[in-house]
Write a protein that binds this ligand. Structure first.
Ligand SMILES: [Zn+2]
Length: 83
């Protein structure tokens, strides 16, 4: 399971919900759609998603999809949350 900073803050596992790179609230939408830290990974992810979803993408379609191909593309989120 992937957890955003906003969720980890809410359950007391992080001291702040703010993204360490952008200083914005770190919810899933920020990580997937905006965060400067993941611009390269986002480009790679979106290039793959064009095969499966109509553009423009909505982050909830990406995060909550059960499509196995999407999960491969989420590697940057998994790496981020385990660091
Ligand atoms: Zn950020």
């Amino acid at each position: 399971m992937l957890f955003c900073g906003g969720y980890l803050y809410k359950i007391g596992q992080r001291s702040s919900l703010t993204c360490r790179t952008c200083r914005l609230s770190e919810y899933y939408e920020h990580i997937v759609m905006e965060c400067n830290q993941f611009s390269t990974e986002r480009d790679m992810l979106f290039n793959e998603l064009y095969r499966f979803l109509p553009s423009p993408f909505h982050f909830q379609e990406i995060i909550f999809s059960n499509n196995a191909d999407f999960k491969i593309s989420f590697q940057f989120l998994i790496n981020y949350n385990s660091s």
